[in-house]
Design a protein around this ligand. Structure first.
Ligand code: C5P
Length: 253
């Protein structure tokens, strides 16, 4: 069989040419990176979990009318997605202080914010994805004012959906990051949620205990990352219990 054409390889995923024009196949790797790839590891089963979890969140968003790039899951590690023109911004929504905002403003981790805060970083690894203002975004032409308004509205809808879904399974959505892409349909352009939504790109804390169930487990060496992601997947009912990281062959009768 001919090898597929690789379009792009990132830190956690690979994009291949899709079976139809206008599609890509998105492959989820087991690689974990943090602090702009200064810390790296291969975490068995992470790609399988993120593929499933991203499918779950994107399908839910599509169902409630929030457009995403997701078309269908193909197998354990791959999903079919729409080809989009990625806007070079990371769109972050925060409900509680943590991570960089806690550090920057001297806030206590977990402190409630006055309202959900949307912020943007310029997607450029060599610069460490710097925080940028709306003024920068317009001035450098990364997005128009209309796109910006639409991106904020989209990000807040994703926030309401994700926060509600997670609360339903006893998890508090502290913050998350999405990427947004443009899709052209005839004369029209639509913004859609792209990339992935998974515990790699969210902060998720157990409501009762405050236990971290996201990539901070890896960033801060707090335990086994696959176990944390498996817990999220199990609570959401998206993961059959035996398909993540079976280390031994299992006898099936
Ligand atoms: O590090 P910071 O507090 O700015 O991250 C905010 C949220 O965005 C976190 O959920 C983090 O996992 C996510 N994020 C991401 N990719 C980045 C930067 C942040 O998924 N490059």
């Amino acid at each position: 069989m001919a090898r597929r054409k690789k379009i792009y390889e990132g830190k956690a995923k690979i994009l291949y040419e899709g079976p139809e024009p206008g599609t890509y196949v998105q492959y989820f790797k087991d690689d974990a990176t943090a602090f702009n790839a200064e810390k790296k590891a291969v975490i068995e089963g992470k790609g399988v979990l993120n593929n499933r979890l991203s499918e779950f969140f994107m399908t839910g968003l599509n169902t409630i009318g929030v457009p995403t790039h997701f078309l269908k899951r193909l197998n354990m590690r791959e999903q079919l997605i729409r080809q989009v023109e990625i806007i070079p911004l990371e769109v972050i929504v925060r409900n509680f202080a943590a991570g960089s905002i806690a550090k920057r403003l001297g806030l206590e981790e977990g402190a409630a914010l006055p309202r959900p805060i949307v912020e943007f970083s310029y997607k450029e690894d060599s610069l460490g994805d710097p925080l940028v203002t709306e003024e920068y975004i317009i001035a450098f032409g990364w997005a128009s004012q209309q796109d910006l308004d639409d991106m904020i509205a989209l990000a807040l809808r994703v926030n309401d959906f994700l926060a509600g879904v997670m609360y339903g399974v006893g998890i508090k959505l502290i913050d998350f990051k999405i990427e947004i892409g443009r899709v052209y349909e005839g004369d029209f352009m639509r913004l859609v949620v792209a990339d992935e939504i998974s515990p790699d790109s969210c902060r998720l804390w157990d409501v009762k205990t405050g236990q971290k169930l996201d990539k901070d487990v890896f960033r801060r060496d707090l335990g086994n990352l696959t176990d944390a992601y498996t817990e999220v997947a199990k609570r959401l009912g998206v993961m059959p219990s035996n398909v993540t990281h079976a280390t031994k062959p299992t006898l099936i009768n």
